[in-house]
Design a protein around this ligand. Sequence first.
Ligand code: TRP
Length: 455
Amino acid sequence: MSTSDKTKREGFSSTLGVLAATLGSAVGLGNIWKFPSMTGQNGGAAFVLVYLVCVALIALPVMISEFVIGRRAQANNVGAFKKLAPKTPWYLTGVSGVAAAFLIMFFYTDVAGWVYAYAFKALTGQLAGADATKTADIFGGYVGSVAGPVAWQWIVLVTISVIIIAGVTKGIERMTKTLLPILFVLLIVCDIRALSLPGAMDGVKYLFQPDLAKITPAVILAALGLAFFKLSVGMGTMTTYGSYIGKGENMPANAIKVALSDTLVSLLAGLAIFPAVFAFGFKPDAGPSLLFITIPAVFQTMPFGQVFLTMFFVLAAIAATGAMISLLEVPVAYLTEEHGWSRVVATVSSAALMGSVGLLATLSTSTLAEKLVMGKTFFDLFDFVSSNILLPVGGILICVFVGWKLGPAVLADEASNGGTLGNQLVLRVLSVLIRYVAPIAILLVLLNGLGVIKL
Ligand code: TRP
C-alpha cells in the first residue's frame, strides 16, 4: 500500500516551480547531444520538421495526459493506474515505464559521464588550444578507452544517488531554475561565434532547409522517439510530477511552455553545432561525437575560450543531472511506495543495476564495439528499444487511458480545473488529439518504422 496515501503529499509551491521542475526534467542531454547527433544522422532539416510535428501533435498531448493522470490520482506512476483503474491490468503501463527508465539510464549515465569528464578536461586545460582535428582525436581516444568512461559513469551514478537519498531534489530544482538561463545565454554566445565562422551558412541551411525526399519511415520513427525522449514522456515521469501539481495550476499552459522552451534550447544547440561542423569540414552524420568535437573547437576560436568551454560543460553536466534525477526517481518512487523498500535501498540497488548493465553501453565504444545484437551495439540497442519502442507504446496506452478509459469528461475537468480556466478551444483540440490523432499516429509510425506494415 502506498505510504503517501497516509501522509499529506508535498507539492510544487508555485506556477514557476511547476515550470522549473518539468523543464528541468525535459532539458538535458537530449537537447545538446541527442538532437544534434540525430539530426545529423537522419538528414538534417527534414528530420527537424518531422520532429517539430511530433512534438506538437503527439508528445505535447501525451504530456498533458500524464499530468491529468498524476494530479487526478495523487500517486506514483504504478499506483496512479491502480487507483484510477483498480483491478485492471492498466498498472502494467506504469511497470513498463519503470523498465524504460532503466534502459534509458543504461546509456544516459554513460554519456553524462563523457560530459562530466569534459567539464573536468576543460577545467584542467586539457582541451586548450586543440583545433577540430585534435578534439576529434581526444574524443576518439577517450571513448575508446575503458577505465575513464567506466569511472566517470560511476561518479555520475554516485552523484545522483546522493542527491536522491538526501532528498534534496528541491535544491536541484532551485539550482536548475537559476542555471538554465545561464546555459541559455552561453548557447547564444556559442551560436554567435559559430554563425560568424566562414562557411557557417551551410550549417544553417542544413538545419532549416528541408529536403523532403529524406523523410522515410525509419526517419519518422526516430523523430517520434526523440520527441518522447525530449519531453520526458511515455514512461511516467510527468505522471509523477503531475501528482505534485496544485489544483489551481493551468496544466495545458505549462505543457505548452515546456515544449516551446525545450525546443528552443535544442534549436540553439543545433545552431551552435552545425555551422561549426561545416566550417571545420566535418561530416554532419558523425553521430554521438558531434558535441564533443565541435563545441571545444568552436570555443578555442574565442577570447576567454577556456572559461566559456568549462562553463558550457559544467552547465551541460548540471542539466544532464537534473534530467537523470527525474529518471531515477521513477523506479525509486515505485520501489518505495509499491514494494515498501526504504529510499536508500531502492536508490542504491537501482543505481547498482544501472551501473552494471550500463557497462555494456559504456564498453560499446571500446571492447564491445564489435559485439552486435540485432545489428546494433548495446548502446544503440538500449537507446532504440527505449525511445523507439517502449516510450511510444507507453504513449499510446497513456492516451487511450485518458481519452477513453477516464474519458473526455474527466479529461476536460482536469485540464480546465473544473471549468474555471475557460480554455474551451484548447480542450476541444486536446480531446481530439488525445483520443484519435496521437494514438493512431503513434501506432502507424511505430508499425511502419519497424517494417511491420508498409504505408
Ligand atoms: N528529457 C531528458 C533529456 O532530454 C531525458 C529524460 C528525463 C527522459 N526524464 C525522462 C526521457 C523520462 C524519457 C522519459 O535529456
